[in-house]
Design a protein around this ligand. Structure first.
Ligand code: GLU
Length: 472
């Protein structure tokens, strides 16, 4: 691997490494690897002073082995076609790993969203949707975007509204995009899903005593010293759940402007609020400033969660990374060269294609909700409550004991949408980790979790092509 390989080339190299361990033909592997459709287009936007700017945009559908294709849309000033191809490819493998029945896709607009007014962003997003619709690059059964870096619920609502307006009477129209606000057909728990999934990934990684011993760590997430890079949607929620549910200690938070460190632990919600008010994480009360963000990646810690952008851990800094576990909240944060160095140091890398798959998993639940036109759990909640009440009553009669109101309320709470979403997400992340770990441990040729993950994904995608009769 050359030091200057592109992001897509890096993804290809991860695929090749795992593909070499399978028995599939070159033809089938090529079909799996390459992008099925790459749509690049440009459109003008008018500024308040009357001048016109032409912006570049893309939608890449990496694999049509399952439809619809699925993947976020990123708004970033430096985004390019290679990056969108890489991210689309990662979506294919990610969906396969967590058994979400979609092909991979990704979209992007080359803009810095902070430089545009709300009104301009709305026009840009609606125009982008229009362009996708004209070429059949969006639709509930075709290609379903979602949020990614620089976009969120607001943009998804504009996309759903534009698509619906262009397809009057199409009953499933709002399933054309996920990550929508709840009021526009979104599902409870989608916003937190990627970060929550990272927490489950870490919890599973820490649950295996042998693996922890090999890292020189004790089993369990409690008390683990965590450094989080990025206080966006993924990093914020990963920190929150690791701290609140896992009892881990967030000792540092890294943002663009710098990083802050506190050995006793930081509260991500307070830091987020502070940054909102002051424009920076620096000078957060009680914390030490680390002015150079890159330095903070090298802090002594148990767990590093890169949850910002790609290419953060490279051959230039990998040797100095001190974390024992890396949970890849972002897509592509570690380059293949860096990974080689880290693996030699015995670091456990939980790869992006698994670690951040919580987002697309819950997107799948949102899509199902939209297609079924009913809130998840609406039919069963009361029924389950009544069944639990009858059960408690029977126990009371049989034992002569009376439950307190607190005990009663704990048991007879019927599950709501959020409960179902979290349970489905947890089950998905736990199952997938067990499978990947088994693949890794069972086959001597598979040296790490990333190779196991790509191996699992390639086998699943290949099986679909086999079942379609396209490849022998
Ligand atoms: N952009 C997210 C990702 O990289 C979510 C994709 C989706 O929900 O479709 O996984």
């Amino acid at each position: 691997m050359t030091a200057h390989a592109s992001f897509f080339e890096n993804v290809i190299s991860y695929v090749d490494r795992a593909a070499a361990l399978t028995k599939h033909s070159k033809g089938l592997l090529d079909q799996i690897k390459h992008c099925n459709s790459v749509y690049h287009f440009e459109f003008p936007i008018r500024h308040p002073d009357g001048s016109v700017e032409v912006v570049k945009a893309w939608r890449v559908e990496h694999s049509h082995h399952k439809l619809p294709t699925k993947g976020g849309i990123r708004y970033a000033p430096e985004v390019n076609e290679d990056e969108v191809k890489a991210l689309a490819a990662l979506m294919t493998y990610k969906c396969a790993i967590v058994d979400v029945p979609f092909g991979g896709a990704k979209g992007a607009i080359q803009i810095d969203p902070s430089k545009y007014s709300l009104d301009q962003l709305e026009r840009i997003t609606r125009r982008y949707t229009h362009e996708l619709a004209k070429k059949n690059f969006i639709g509930p059964g075709v290609d379903v975007p979602a949020p990614d870096y620089g976009t969120g619920e607001r943009e998804m609502a504009w996309i759903a509204d534009t698509y619906s307006a262009m397809n009057p009477g199409q009953i499933d129209a709002i399933a054309c995009v996920t990550g929508k606000p709840i009021s526009q057909g979104g599902v409870r728990g989608r916003r937190e899903a990627t970060g929550r999934g990272c927490y489950y990934a870490l919890r599973e990684a820490c649950a295996h005593a042998d693996d922890m011993k090999a890292l020189g760590l004790t089993p369990g997430i409690v008390g683990k010293r965590v450094v989080v890079q990025g206080l966006g949607n993924v990093g914020f929620h990963a920190a929150k759940f690791c701290r609140e549910e896992g009892d881990a200690k967030i000792i540092a938070i890294i943002e663009r402007e710098g990083a802050i460190f506190n050995e006793n632990g930081l509260n991500e919600t307070d830091v987020f609020q502070f940054r909102k008010e002051t424009g920076s994480v620096l000078n957060f009360p009680g914390a030490t400033n680390i002015p150079n963000s890159a330095d903070a990646l090298e802090l002594e810690c148990d767990v590093l969660i890169p949850a910002a952008l790609e290419n953060q851990i490279t051959e230039a800094n990998a040797e100095r990374i001190q974390a024992r576990i890396i949970i890849e909240g972002a897509n592509g944060p570690t380059t293949p060269g860096a990974e080689e160095i880290l693996l030699k140091k015995g670091v456990l890398i939980v790869p992006d294609v698994y670690a951040n798959a919580g987002g697309v998993t819950v997107s799948y639940f949102e899509w199902l909700k939209n297609l079924s036109h009913v809130r998840i759990g609406r039919m069963g909640k009361r029924y389950e409550q009544a069944a639990e009440t009858r059960m408690l009553h029977a126990i009371e009669v049989a034992t002569g004991k009376r439950f307190t109101d607190t005990e009663r309320n704990l048991v007879i709470k019927g599950p709501d949408e959020q409960d179902f979403v979290n349970s489905g997400l947890e089950d998905t992340m736990v199952e997938a980790y067990q499978r990947l770990r088994e693949i890794w441990k069972a086959d001597k040729r598979i040296p790490d979790l990333r190779t196991a993950a790509f191996y699992d994904a390639i086998e699943k995608v290949a099986r679909t092509y086999g079942e379609l009769g396209i490849f022998p």
